[in-house]
Design a protein around this ligand. Structure first.
Ligand code: SF4
Ligand code: SF4
Ligand SMILES: [Zn+2]
Length: 616
């Protein structure tokens, strides 16, 4: 019998997709079919899986209105299309870059997406949005005299019987047939024509009255929120009695960990300590928020701190990427493991705010797990089945103070230059903290120049992959760039054999070379190490990778202390660089395999280990 094929990431997300409903009487979104205000049945809103909808806050609405201003001919149309005081939901969808479905009055108005080529956020009207534009006659729109239309059909200007179009290449236009059978969204192409992007049967816009507030939305979903809370609180209580370990809440400063903390307080009847990992790449608002929150809650804050490990790692390993995530090991997993080991040598139960709707990986993740990179710790998520909207409604119900960054247009918090981010998300970083972004951009430009990479490497954010995916490659090709470049980003060390001795060539101009190399050399017993300008000679060593690892660790150490934490004999101490006690060390080389420089640089990204999920 043939084995059943593994479901694709999209299939996994489809399988767990959340349902979204809307009460047509109260005009509020619902996560279950019955409205908690009028007790009536709701209509189903068809959203793209996984349907992890969230409220649009001030920053999101500002971005949306700016994109609408770009779409419409005249700004006076914006208020008719999207009146203020409406409840607006956003639903993250798959695009080449950041994109959201915009949901208002229980209908999808269109897509708000970041156009990588144009370098700005844009709006593409769809379905109900197109119907509304045509009913209100909000330009640009076009009524065309054709019997039918399909995707990619090219509409000549002479076919437009009513409407107003700005003939600028790439602009979207809402289209309908004069015979009221089809509607579509089209794009302006050369020669004053419209190419149909998507077409569907003609429909009306469903006008819902009322401008309810978020307090009403909380009320309408009260029953579900109460049920989710009870299930999560019971889950935490059961965990605590089962594992009998000290409980901590991994607190990233994000909405999910905020809710997890509140649930833990309810379950325990006391305030558990918070563990926050400062990766060195947190936005200042997050660091301040976490400290302020712990102070106001009067709860203990355990601080893990990666210091400047990331910036030091850059020198040796080059920019991190989605398929080259050395940064997670250096700035997240190692500092967390060290902080937990120091504070809870007997192990800990760590509550993590992780939800299945967040990604295909999390959709199939268990609710309780052990992380091999954080020994002794049992991790668990009490909010596995909560949607983002559940989380926000709970925050509103409990009057919890969220991180202010959410109101500034951020959806995902964490490292501000994370390679897993979309370029559209970096736009918000650029806007809120231009001083931080310019440092990173300058670094990328210098790195790109030194390697002779194509100009799109920085512009399209190609640094986020060693091997970019097909759709991104195609975009680069549209700009006339060929993506053929060396994937290796780490510092290069050449190894030679001279007179039967191994020689590693190192970049000249490095400081304290001899002192550093000799302080790590005890891990290779019976080898005579001599340091010359630009070369290190190993007499009696045949293993090339061990020589390279030693040079790399001693000269490019990022100070993450992973080796110190892993050494079984306590023979290694790291202060700027590793120093080994020759009496204690038995040359087991465990420290070499614990070092991210060795793992990611010498083995190469292709064979580098897959890192487990983030813990904060
Ligand atoms: S891990 Fe092994 S080789 Fe490394 S310092 Fe400790 S005892 Fe020595
Ligand atoms: S030598 Fe130790 S402290 Fe330095 S980067 Fe490697 S694991 Fe981290
Ligand atoms: Zn209702």
């Amino acid at each position: 019998m043939r084995p059943t094929p593994k479901p694709s990431p999209i299939e996994r997300l489809k399988a767990i997709s959340a349902r979204l409903y809307w009460c047509p009487r109260c005009n509020v979104p619902l996560l279950e079919k019955k409205c908690g205000i009028c007790k009536g049945d709701a209509i189903t809103v068809r959203v793209t899986p996984p349907g992890d909808v969230r409220p649009a806050f001030t920053g999101d609405l500002k971005r949306l209105r700016k994109a609408l201003s770009d779409y419409f001919v005249d700004d006076s149309c914006i208020e008719k299309f999207l009146p203020r005081r409406k409840i607006v939901l956003l639903n993250k969808i798959q695009y080449p870059d950041a994109a959201d479905e915009v949901i208002v009055d229980g209908q999808v108005l269109g897509h708000l997406f970041y156009d990588l080529l144009k370098g700005r956020w844009r709006f593409k009207p769809l379905y109900a949005g197109v119907a509304l534009i045509l009913e209100e006659r909000l330009p640009p729109f076009a009524v065309v005299d054709l019997p039918t239309i399909t995707r990619n059909y090219e509409i000549k200007r002479s076919r437009i019987v009513k409407g107003e179009v700005v003939w600028e290449k790439g602009r979207f236009v809402a289209v309908e047939l004069k015979n009221h059978t089809m509607q579509a969204v089209a794009e302006v192409i050369r020669g004053k024509r419209l190419r149909v992007v998507k077409a569907w049967p003609w429909r009306r816009y469903l006008r819902l009255r009322g401008t309810p507030s978020w307090v009403d939305v909380v009320k309408a979903n009260a029953h579900r929120i109460k049920r989710l809370e009870k299930e999560s609180v019971d889950f935490i209580r059961k965990l605590v009695s089962e594992y009998r370990l000290p409980l901590i809440v991994s607190f990233s400063g994000g909405k999910d960990s905020l809710v997890t903390y509140r649930l833990a307080v309810k379950a325990l009847g006391s305030k558990p300590p918070l563990l926050f990992n400062d990766t060195g790449l947190e936005l200042p608002e997050t660091v301040n928020y976490v400290k302020r929150f712990a102070r106001c809650e009067n709860t203990h804050l355990i601080l893990a701190d990666a210091g400047d490990a990331f910036w030091r790692g850059l020198k040796a390993l080059g920019p991190p990427a989605r398929d080259y995530r050395w940064c997670c090991k250096v700035s997240k997993l190692t500092p967390i493991a060290i902080a937990i080991k120091k504070k809870f040598p007997q192990g800990a139960l760590s509550l993590v705010g992780q939800r299945k709707y967040e990604s295909a990986l999390r959709a199939v993740s268990p609710r309780v797990w052990r992380n091999p990179w954080i020994p002794g710790t049992v991790s668990a998520t009490p909010i596995q089945d909560w949607t983002a909207l559940d989380v926000w409604l709970y925050i509103m119900r409990e009057r919890l103070p969220p991180n202010p960054l959410y109101y500034m247009g951020f959806d995902r918090l964490g490292c501000w230059l994370c390679p897993a981010s979309e370029m559209g998300e970096f736009e918000t970083v650029k806007e809120v903290h231009p001083e931080l972004w310019s440092v990173w951009e300058r670094f990328l430009e210098r790195f790109s120049e030194s390697r002779g990479y194509p100009s799109v490497w920085v512009r399209l954010g190609l640094w986020r992959w060693l091997r970019p995916p097909g759709d991104i490659k195609r975009l680069a090709e549209r700009l006339g760039e060929v993506l053929l470049y060396d994937e290796k980003r780490s510092v290069s060390l050449t190894t030679k054999r001279e007179d039967g001795e191994m020689v590693v060539e190192v970049p000249v101009g490095l400081k304290e070379v001899e002192k550093r190399v000799l302080s790590l050399a005890p891990i290779i017993k019976d080898v005579d190490v001599t340091v010359e300008e630009g070369r290190i000679r190993f007499k009696g060593l045949t293993n090339e990778s061990v020589a390279r690892a030693l040079v790399l660790r001693s000269l490019f150490c990022v100070g993450c202390k992973a080796c110190e934490a892993k050494c079984p004999l306590g023979a290694i101490k790291v202060k700027d660089y590793p120093k080994v006690d020759p009496i204690k060390c038995n040359a087991c080389l465990t420290c070499n395999s614990a070092c991210p420089l060795v793992v990611f640089s010498l083995r190469g990204a292709r064979r580098a280990p897959k890192l487990p999920r983030d813990e904060t």
